[in-house]
Write a protein that binds this ligand. Structure first.
Ligand code: PBG
Length: 333
């Protein structure tokens, strides 16, 4: 009679004791089909430019982007996201290069489609920051304030330009009000009925975008911040209003960005709405993991897979991550 009453009836550790049991009880799974691979495009041919603040990530000329797309297909990654490093002499106050049917983005889209057809999806970012001489995502007034409706008119034309080049998913990342509805209408009128819109619905004015701005070359140009259009990191309820608005305007899927510090937002959005939710593990998060691994603070591969699985647990349908190809390789092992 030695203390049977002290035995717990429930031992959750029973289920964790053996690998077969852990496998049987696992609730969430990461697969390569969950991943979207962001890629940076630069001008020229045969060019790979490493990005210092994103160790392991490079800008590629269009031929290299076509190769990376082939790599993604082989790894089971369903979609790539393209971002241009626009030539300096093609940036202007109004970002007009965004509307050029032969800009870097459109050339990359056409080349990937010519080489790979529908074997892979192409997601394209809609916002003016890779094209403006001031680094803001839209048109600014003389005080530097980003004008909403004037910017939306540009974004509509930018989106149609990308769709005409062959983009599969238009992803507005600008956070202007009303742009999803305006872009949807223009896509329909242009006959692009099957071009999807993945809205960066809850995009925060984050300190984690630094390396991305280096990658597209807008960082050095940007004066001030993006707080008058991107969301306050302190806000959660407002994210639900943003998502509701974009769904009402015709978004096919929505995104939360950044990722890891905003898993609560991913969980709330996926709990409230019946629509696919994607999370963007942004450049600063990638850099953080790489820096931690380089400093010996953790196992790189394990940190990568754990962080990506956590997005699935939070309710994400998929994740944009610069680790996509590496993670897919790990998952294939
Ligand atoms: C452009 C855009 C940004 C990112 C994606 N699209 C930067 C910004 O808003 O300043 C950030 C992605 C990343 O940091 O990986 N509107």
């Amino acid at each position: 009679m030695t203390g049977q009453a002290q035995y717990p009836n429930t031992r959750l550790r029973r289920g964790r004791a053996a690998a077969w049991s852990r496998a049987m009880l696992r609730e969430n799974f990461l697969t390569s089909a969950d991943l979207i691979w962001p890629l940076f495009v630069t001008d020229g041919e045969g060019i790979e430019q490493p990005i210092a603040s994103l160790p392991g990530v490079s800008r590629w000329s269009v031929d290299g982007i076509v190769e990376r797309a082939g790599e993604a297909i082989a790894l089971g990654i369903p979609c790539i996201a393209l971002f241009p490093n626009t030539q300096a002499d093609r940036r202007s106050a109004d970002g007009a290069e965004a509307l050029n049917p032969d800009n870097l983005m459109c050339r990359a889209i056409r080349a990937v489609k010519a080489a790979h057809g529908d074997a892979i999806g192409i997601l394209t970012d809609v916002a003016l920051d890779p094209y403006t001489s001031h680094g803001q995502d839209g048109l600014i007034d003389d005080k530097g304030y980003v004008l909403n409706d004037e910017t939306v008119a540009m974004l509509v034309d930018q989106a149609v330009n990308q769709a005409e080049a062959g983009a599969d998913i238009i992803a507005p990342s600008d956070m202007m009000d009303g742009r999803i509805g305006a872009i949807r209408r223009a896509l329909e009128m242009g006959g692009h009925h099957n071009v999807q819109i993945m809205s960066y619905a809850a995009k925060y004015a984050s300190a984690f975008y630094g390396p991305f701005r280096d990658a597209v070359g807008s960082g050095g140009l940007l004066k001030g911040d993006k707080k008058s259009y991107q969301m306050d990191p302190a806000n959660g309820d407002e994210a639900l209003r943003e998502v509701a608005m974009d769904i009402a305007e015709g978004a096919d899927s929505v995104m939360v960005k950044p990722g890891m510090p905003y898993l609560d937002i991913v969980a709330r959005v996926s709990g409230h709405f019946n629509i696919p939710v994607f999370a963007y593990q942004v450049s600063g998060e990638y850099a953080m993991i790489e820096a931690a691994a380089a400093a010996g603070a953790g196992d790189r591969d394990a940190m990568i897979l754990e962080s990506l699985t956590a997005f699935k647990r939070a309710g994400a349908s998929g994740i944009l991550t610069y680790h996509a190809a590496h993670a897919a390789r790990l998952l294939a092992q």
